[in-house]
Write a protein that binds this ligand. Structure first.
Ligand code: AHR
Length: 332
């Protein structure tokens, strides 16, 4: 069911959405990314983004916005500034606007049942992108497009096991977790723990959230370094926290990549540069380029076609040598 919206109505709806998002300090709904007003038959997608916490997120937002334009889909984009209440407000606003499809990347896994039921009752299909929800009722959304975060954590653990295969001493690990309660933080922690748990010599001596940001990664790593003079390895759930931690490690007079080995997840340009420079030892890729697949799924869902319940992103891993080769053509 496509809507024909006049420019006047668009202005009214935008005002409505801004009012709905206002006061929470988070969402700013913008209209027209995909050509609002230009094509009355265009599918209208309401997209609630987590925020702008990392290089990965910036690349993901760009991918979604550019792909919407290419696909001729009108995008109503809302930035939740890492707050679930802002995402819930944005989704309710999209329901009021009667968009054709809602896509969102849930900041945390829990607490979505009520608002997803509201979307279902309104007959608006929902696509989860990047992050999952833990609601057992999978009929609340049509599909989930994104990475296998448990697998990413396992890949990080497998590199570590191989790297220290001949070591007999204890390997002291500190972990910078992503946003508390988020799917990537939960799953990357679990996958890593499962793999290293098979060998008693691996000890996670400290594990705390750095909220996926560079600033928090630096701050928490500074605290880790003060409390633990004997850190061998840092496992950061994303590049940005790893990059912040590198500043803390250098500030403490240690050499990142040598005195403390570093594993991160994402493989954004800055992370890949640090890997090529020898400051990071290994990166597990998490692709942010979900836009094209998301738009394809949206078109199918709106047309009432069946889509797979789960679409897993293809990803790889990078050593320092591989990063040097990949950097010149890295898109993000
Ligand atoms: O959900 C994907 C994660 O969110 C990325 O790994 C991280 O950088 C981002 O903030």
């Amino acid at each position: 069911m496509l809507k024909r919206i006049s420019m006047l109505a668009v202005a009214g709806l935008t005002a409505l959405s801004l009012a709905a998002c206002g006061g929470g300090g988070g969402g700013t709904t913008t209209a027209g990314t995909g050509g609002e007003g230009g094509n009355d038959d265009a599918i209208v997608m309401g997209f609630s983004q987590v925020g702008a916490e990392s290089g990965w997120r910036t690349a993901n937002t760009k991918s979604v916005q550019e792909s919407a334009k290419e696909a001729g889909i009108t995008l109503r984009f809302s930035d939740a500034q890492q707050r679930q209440e802002n995402q819930i407000k944005a989704i309710r606003s999209f329901i009021q606007q009667k968009v054709d499809v809602i896509a969102f990347s849930p900041v945390v896994e829990s607490g979505w049942g009520t608002v997803l039921k509201e979307a279902k009752d309104a007959g608006i299909p929902v696509i989860l992108t990047d992050r999952a929800v833990d609601d057992p009722d999978t009929s609340l959304y049509k599909t989930f497009l994104g990475s296998d975060f448990v697998e990413e954590g396992k890949k990080a653990g497998q590199w570590l096991v191989e790297e220290y295969k001949d070591a007999t001493d204890t390997v002291n690990i500190v972990e910078l977790q992503g946003t508390t309660g988020s799917a990537p933080a939960n799953d990357r922690k679990a996958g890593f723990a499962e793999v290293i748990g098979a060998d008693q010599k691996f000890k996670v001596i400290a594990s705390q959230t750095g909220d996926f940001t560079r600033a928090k990664g630096k701050e928490v790593m500074e605290a880790f370094l003060k409390a633990h003079p004997d850190i061998d390895v840092l496992y950061a759930h994303n590049d940005d926290m790893g990059l912040g931690a590198i500043e803390a490690i250098e500030g403490a007079g240690k050499v990142p990549g040598k005195d403390i080995k570093i594993i991160t997840v994402d493989a954004v340009k800055d992370g890949m540069q640090a890997l090529a420079d020898g400051k990071i030892n290994y990166i597990v890729e998490c692709s942010p380029l979900l836009g094209p697949q998301l738009m394809d799924l949206a078109k199918k869902v709106v047309a009432g076609e069946s889509v797979p319940a789960r679409v897993v992103t293809e990803e790889t891993t990078f050593t320092q040598e591989q990063a040097k080769e990949a950097l010149p053509s890295r898109q993000y």
